[in-house]
Design a protein around this ligand. Structure first.
Ligand SMILES: Cc1ncc(COP(=O)(O)O)c(C=O)c1O
Length: 760
């Protein structure tokens, strides 16, 4: 079993004296030897300040940094073209370590005679000075060991520390789960393989709810409650609840806690399916806010101009940010939704917003006013570092609840009834620990870590834009980025810090949203969500004769191990997160060039997509990549598929039943599957039993209970166009929630069927 101890936190020595045959070299070596042999610590070494920058950038596990103030070896800061010459090199290193990690101990190693040269600003930031050749090496090794020991105790947040300590006690388990610390798996070969794959720690940490040391998730007590309170503090909430079944469940917990049958509610039409489920379990009566779209189908912000200023709703939900990274100024959103008694920001993709100034005022918990209850639900697992399904619900109280402990208790007692309805009595503690640790990470260096991600993302944005500019100037083509025009020519540093550069201004052309629907500069583009554009059609709907549909590009990238988050018709989305590395981005650019080369040479699909060509020889054998792209492009253009998608997205169909009633029809088996091609909306309107959500772009075009009638004709047209597309291009089937594809008939045709409420 792996135990976390002092040895897990190496001491970094930055000194060019380490291997020298000098008094100082020997003295330093003895310190290191004692530290390792007598104190059980580990160590890393580098002689130049420049190399130290690299190590500090890539090692968050350092237990202490010992910096020689009189180092002669300076070096360069990698990737920054920054020379370290000059007397300030050591001070800059201290400053760099502190910027990246506020807590790691820094000890300066210095000659007594040069005390004058250590500025007060540096002394303030370090944890001590070790005078060279003064005090015994054993004494100094002891001081360093103590620094490591003290620091390492602060690294683990409360819940995780208790879990680690509990596991390290080697208790005999007499409780669930049945594998009892992993032992059960060792009773068979497949179980043993499982044990080897996941490792002992994962299994030893999988414990029963009956371990009192870890508190209770359903009661929010003990160290679990402590972890939730810590998260509330760090994420800027009054109260935080951990959810172990994703934001899908978090959303339902929130709505079930506030909404009663028959309540009118206001929902972003660009909402996750879990909100539609929330409508079902609450029997709410939803009204929808429609987001704007550009000609590529990219979903923009909701058009607040269509929200009735005199309206009144029990609750509203806004998706913040959208998949493509559109984030709302929360103050503007709150004002536009003043008729909603409770605000819910679905921030599944946006848990990091609190930790970088570029997002100031653009996340739910940033709202200062306390005029009503505010919820934010966040999938911590999506873009922070928790295990999959680990999410949080953050709550901000209105002034009266905030001011009164009794009212806060009342809130908790009632809210927790809904929480418990969705919570298991067998929580996975590793998930709780991952939420605790994700919080601690954000607390310790969230801003720095996010600035790193943003820097990488912006560099990539600029690089792609520059390549495109150059290639176009030379008469060639390349992929583009969906972003404000000036990004390519603005230094990254300026873009990281300046929110105004990312604001969507109604009059700007780059986003392609109609100025009529985007009534003000109240949204921004998240720099880390990267939407790439393909040649073929622009954001305003101007088609080119040739085109490269995104599905072909992302199929190629996927085959090369670059898995994209979302593929639209002429754009695709990549996400940056704490897991993004420079290598990943370099590989992406190289593969895009390689794709273009294969396209230009019209390389045979048998070579580019061998599995696709093998699976569908009639459609693709003998075709080249360029011809393939062109055929798809021409199909998309001629079929009007994008146009019908945009048209259908503007329609909120008439409602025959509320979602809960439509669902009841399913339970009562009063539903049937009907071939889309057999529906006659004009003469025989029908009611959908389930929502229909095409991916891309993942936004519902029909909700359960809505009518397929003359008004919703564009929706049927879009679905049929999509069906024809998939028939023409087998192997490019997209996900289509709510549509059942029948097995192919003798002619190889699948029927697309939708679940409808039976006619009486
Ligand atoms: C806007 C939105 N809300 C909620 C969810 C559900 O989150 P989870 O996957 O954590 O259940 C998603 C998932 O994609 C989402 O996009």
């Amino acid at each position: 079993m792996k135990i976390i101890g002092k040895h897990s936190w190496p001491v970094l020595f930055v000194s060019d004296q380490l291997n020298r045959q000098t008094d100082e070299g020997a003295w330093l070596k003895e310190i290191v030897d004692t530290l390792i042999a007598d104190h059980g610590c580990t160590a890393m070494f580098c002689s130049a300040y420049g190399d130290a920058h690299d190590i500090i950038y890539s090692h968050e596990d350092l237990g202490t940094v010992v910096i020689d103030w009189e180092n002669q070896e300076l070096g360069r800061v990698h990737g920054k073209n920054e020379d370290l010459a000059g007397p300030n090199a050591a001070a800059r290193l201290v400053e760099y370590v502190r910027r990246r990690n506020a807590g790691v101990p820094i000890l300066v190693l210095s000659d007594r005679s040069s005390i004058e040269s250590i500025p007060n600003g540096v002394l303030e930031r370090v944890n001590g000075v070790i005078w060279k050749l003064t005090d015994t090496p054993q004494f100094n090794a002891g001081r360093i060991e103590r620094a490591v020991e003290d620091y390492s105790r602060t690294v683990l947040p409360a819940f995780f520390r208790n879990l680690v300590d509990y596991v390290a006690e080697y208790n005999f388990a007499w409780h669930t789960p049945g594998h009892m610390g992993g032992q059960g798996f060792l009773k068979s070969p497949s179980g043993t393989a499982f044990h080897k794959f996941f490792g002992e720690n994962v299994l030893r940490a999988d414990l029963s709810i009956s371990v009192p040391e870890l508190g209770s998730l359903l009661d929010h007590s003990g160290v679990t409650g402590e972890a939730e309170r810590f998260s509330a503090e760090v994420f800027g909430a009054d109260s935080t609840y951990y959810v172990l079944n994703g934001t899908s469940t978090g959303n339902q917990v929130v709505w079930r806690s506030q909404v009663s049958p028959g309540d009118r509610c206001l929902l972003d039409r660009n909402c996750h399916k879990s909100l539609s489920h929330a409508m079902i379990i609450t029997s709410a009566v939803p009204e929808y806010m429609v987001p704007v779209r550009n000609a590529l189908g990219i979903i923009g912000p909701v058009d607040f101009g269509t929200v009735d200023p005199a309206g009144s709703w029990a609750m509203s939900a806004l998706t913040n940010s959208t998949y493509d990274g559109i984030c709302y100024d929360a103050r503007h959103a709150a004002e536009a939704l003043s008729g909603a008694a409770v605000l819910h920001f679905d921030e599944a993709w946006y848990a990091y917003a609190k930790f970088h100034p570029v997002y100031a005022n653009h996340f739910g918990m940033s709202l200062e006013s306390r005029d009503r209850l505010i919820f934010c639900t966040q999938s911590t697992h999506k873009l922070l570092t928790a295990f999959s399904q680990a999410s949080m619900i953050h709550v901000r109280f209105p002034a009266d609840i905030h001011a009164s402990e009794a009212l806060r208790d009342d809130f908790h007692d009632t809210f927790n009834e809904s929480y418990m309805m969705h919570g298991s009595t067998s929580p996975q503690y590793s998930m709780v620990a991952s939420l605790d640790v994700a919080t601690k990470m954000m607390h310790d260096n969230g801003t720095t870590a996010h600035a790193d991600i943003m820097e990488e993302a912006i560099e990539l944005r600029r690089k792609i834009a520059k390549i495109r500019e150059q290639e176009t100037a030379e008469g060639d083509w390349f992929f583009g980025m969906w972003q404000p025009d000036e990004i390519a020519d603005t230094p990254t540093r300026e873009l990281i810090g300046d929110q105004s550069r990312w604001v969507l201004r109604p009059e700007a052309g780059w986003h392609g949203f109609p100025a009529s629907g985007l009534t003000g500069p109240y949204t921004m583009l998240d720099p880390i969500k990267l939407t790439f554009l393909c040649p073929g059609v622009d954001v305003h709907g101007a088609w080119s004769d040739t085109g490269v549909p995104a599905a072909v590009v992302t199929r190629y990238l996927g085959d090369k191990g670059i898995v994209c988050e979302k593929t639209d018709y002429y754009s695709w989305l990549l996400l940056n997160s704490l897991g993004t590395t420079k290598g990943k981005q370099g590989t992406l650019v190289a593969e895009l060039f390689r794709f273009r080369e294969l396209y230009e040479s019209n390389a045979p699909l048998d070579r580019v997509f061998p599995a696709l060509a093998r699976a569908h020889p009639a459609a693709y054998r003998g075709t080249g990549l360029r011809d393939h792209c062109q055929a798809m492009h021409e199909h998309l253009r001629a079929s009007g598929l994008l146009e019908s998608m945009v048209r259908s997205s503007r329609i909120i169909p008439d409602r025959a039943l509320i979602p809960a009633e439509a669902y009841r029809a399913i339970v009562k088996k009063r539903v049937e599957f009907v071939d889309l091609d057999c529906i006659d909306p004009v003469n025989d309107p029908r009611t959908a039993a389930v929502m229909v959500v095409p991916y891309p772009p993942g936004i519902p075009i029909l909700m359960g209970g809505e009518l397929l009638n003359e008004r919703s004709l564009p929706i049927l047209e879009y679905l049929r166009a999509r069906h024809r597309f998939e028939e023409a291009f087998p192997g490019y089937e997209g996900d289509m929630h709510g549509i059942d594809r029948s097995p192919p008939d003798a002619d190889g045709r699948c029927r697309w069927e939708i679940m409808l409420v039976k006619k009486d």
